[in-house]
Design a binder for this molecule. Structure first.
Ligand SMILES: [Zn+2]
Length: 627
């Protein structure tokens, strides 16, 4: 396993790495001059200690890819997490908090909506957005008179994915191209301390008003390159955990220094990290404890939160209802997560429930295999898959010994899981053709990509007994990871050889075909790459990124008709995507079709009003029309 590869996020990674989308850029792997922004201006440093502010301050901090057992207060020696440990000592620490999905965007959608995946509909990174009719916590805080600000560290949570609703300030202005290492490269990211500084600068300008602030830190996500001051950690993942904790520490200290006295702090990992357990290096495919169990700490003496360690399973979907409850505000309509506010303040018992559940759609969407679904109770974990698994969590917390063949309770666990999913789905926003919405509302949904992606995915059954079982593909995944690692290290011909072998084993795997085609581009075998991308879109006609790459190749080969068709198919397949729109606009402008180019970019601008490349191109195209 390589520490730096993270194949499960490949589709989005490559889309984000695409820059302005010229093939020359792909081949050179160089950062793109056209879209590379100047570094964003740092906000001013927080002001000197101000007057006492007694209005409530709610800080929600999500730390990406943070495994619970890598945090000091969860038992890790030398974790380097003093800020998390101090919050846990003063507040409530959930010992068995579970994510709703081992992926960033779906998990954050749960954190903000109080809903599990069947209820909010966001099943994967990239092509999904929180539907506009699903209530979000920020909106509720804003309506209650709070100022609301969000500061994220990865484009996975960009404005267009629907989490910005309710936030008066949504700062996703992340420098591009900071870690570009070839065609398929790493997510752009902002250092946690920079994100924290931006949040503090904003908060310092809000006077004494109640405030709801969400800060997202990305450090523990692969690749693991901790800042120099955390090089003392031999384990680079742990160094990244310590770096995120240090940023959290600055946030908590500086908020106090602003004079804010009534502070409620909630910190959660959005999912964990496999680190090789069960054959998974990163996260996104499996639903085992390494990626499912997350740290969750709620600290707020001024809000009545009592120090406690909570053993019962909790879900990240409980977080928004709990924060609203602690702030004395009503819950969110349709939430299937529970408010634990009474339990945290000693006013009531921990609510009873059948268990908490999670889903993994990535194996189905990316690889064409069956998806997975899991139910966690204090005693058991049941994972529904073509071959289900049942673990006794007390005797076997690492989930090594599947009891499903020996135990009669598999059917009972499955019924409990299905009932939980049914209850969650009942709250789901009715989307698509049968929704009795105005055409304007449906247009909004479509422009946000929800209706299109929701329809495509929901047509399939998540746990499909006829499809491949992801746990039977662990060796395949390891070799896939090896091949993508070779591409990243510049050894494209060797990667192609490995991808050819994998393709013989699993010839209708869209994610594999995409990675294989990209390796062929890097190996300068462009005609072969065209053939492979054509196979990818035949297997999955809704595969936006494969259409986009095909468009780039055909554009390069001067196949004007083919290129335009492929770009348009890419946009239809993923209405949220920006890169195919930018590429189509450049293509149209090259053809002298300036009005259409402008129209295309205006639609892209609706998705990301701040994108400098879009705004720059629009300015140039408008200037040309005035000549
Ligand atoms: Zn994440």
């Amino acid at each position: 396993m390589t520490g730096s590869a993270f194949p499960w996020c490949r589709r989005t990674v490559a889309r984000l790495a695409a820059g302005a989308g010229t093939l020359a850029l792909l081949l050179s792997g160089a950062a793109c001059g056209r879209s590379a922004p100047e570094a964003p201006a740092r906000g001013p440093a927080p002001a000197a200690p101000a007057a006492r502010i007694t209005a409530p301050t709610v800080l929600l901090v999500t730390i990406d890819t943070l495994r619970a057992d890598r945090v000091g207060c969860y038992g890790r020696a030398d974790a380097g997490t003093p800020a998390l440990d101090a919050l846990a000592a003063a507040g409530a620490r959930f010992d068995d908090a579970q994510t709703t999905a081992p992926l960033t965007l779906p998990a954050h959608a749960s954190i903000h909506t109080g809903r599990t995946l069947p209820a909010h509909g966001v099943r994967n990174n990239g092509t999904f957005a929180v539907p506009p009719d699903v209530p979000v916590a920020a909106d509720a805080f804003q309506h209650a008179g709070y100022v609301t600000g969000a500061f994220v560290s990865s484009p996975v949570l960009a404005f267009r994915h629907g989490l910005a609703r309710g936030f008066q300030q949504y700062d996703d202005d992340i420098p591009r191209g900071t870690r570009r290492e070839g065609l398929v490269t790493h997510y752009d990211e902002r250092a946690g301390i920079d994100t924290v500084r931006r949040a503090l600068a904003w908060l310092s300008q809000q006077g004494g008003r109640p405030a709801f602030v969400w800060v997202h830190l990305w450090e523990p996500h692969a690749p693991y390159h901790p800042p120099a001051e955390f090089a003392r950690f031999a384990d680079r993942y742990q160094g990244e955990v310590a770096a995120a904790d240090a940023a959290l520490g600055v946030l908590v200290r500086e908020v106090a220094a602003l004079g804010r006295e009534r502070v409620l702090v909630a910190v959660a990992g959005d999912h964990g990290e496999g680190l090789g357990e069960h054959g998974e290096p990163t996260h996104g495919v499996y639903l085992y404890r390494a990626t499912m169990r997350v740290p969750l700490i709620v600290s707020g003496p001024a809000f009545g939160v009592k120090p406690a360690v909570i053993a019962q399973p909790a879900s990240l979907a409980d977080l928004a209802p709990t924060l609203l409850g602690l702030a004395g505000l009503p819950g969110l309509r349709g939430a299937d997560g529970l408010s634990l506010a009474d339990a945290l303040t000693g006013k009531g018992p921990f609510p009873a429930r059948a268990g908490v559940f999670a889903e993994s759609h990535l194996p189905q969407i990316e690889f064409g295999w069956s998806g997975l679904r899991a139910l966690v109770t204090p005693e058991h974990k049941f994972i529904d898959a073509p071959r289900p698994e049942l673990f006794d969590l007390r005797a076997d917390p690492d989930e090594r010994k599947d009891l499903s063949a020996q135990r009669a309770d598999v059917d009972r666990e499955r019924r409990a899981l299905e009932e939980a999913v049914r209850r969650a789905a009942a709250a789901a926003p009715a989307s698509g053709a049968d929704r009795s919405a105005s055409s304007a509302e449906l247009d909004t949904l479509r422009s946000l990509g929800y209706a299109a992606s929701g329809r495509r995915i929901s047509a399939r059954r998540l746990v499909d007994p006829q499809a491949a079982d992801a746990k039977d593909r662990a060796t395949f995944l390891a070799r896939y990871d090896e091949a993508t690692g070779l591409v990243e290290r510049g050894s494209a011909p060797q990667a192609v050889t490995l991808f050819e072998a994998l393709d013989r084993e699993d010839s209708r795997n869209p994610g594999l075909l995409l990675a294989y085609g990209q390796a062929l581009i890097m190996a300068r075998r462009l005609d072969d790459a065209v053939k492979v991308f054509r196979r990818a879109v035949a297997v999955d006609p809704g595969y936006s990124l494969a259409w986009y790459r095909l468009g780039q190749l055909l554009d390069n080969a001067k196949d004007v008709k083919g290129a335009e068709n492929a770009y348009r198919r890419a946009i239809d397949a993923d209405p949220l995507s920006l890169e195919p729109r930018k590429a189509l606009a450049s293509f149209l402008a090259d053809q002298g079709r300036l009005d259409q180019a402008i129209d295309t970019l205006e639609r892209a601008k609706e998705l990301d009003p701040q994108d400098r490349a879009i705004n720059g191109d629009l300015e140039r195209f408008y200037a040309r029309t005035r000549r």
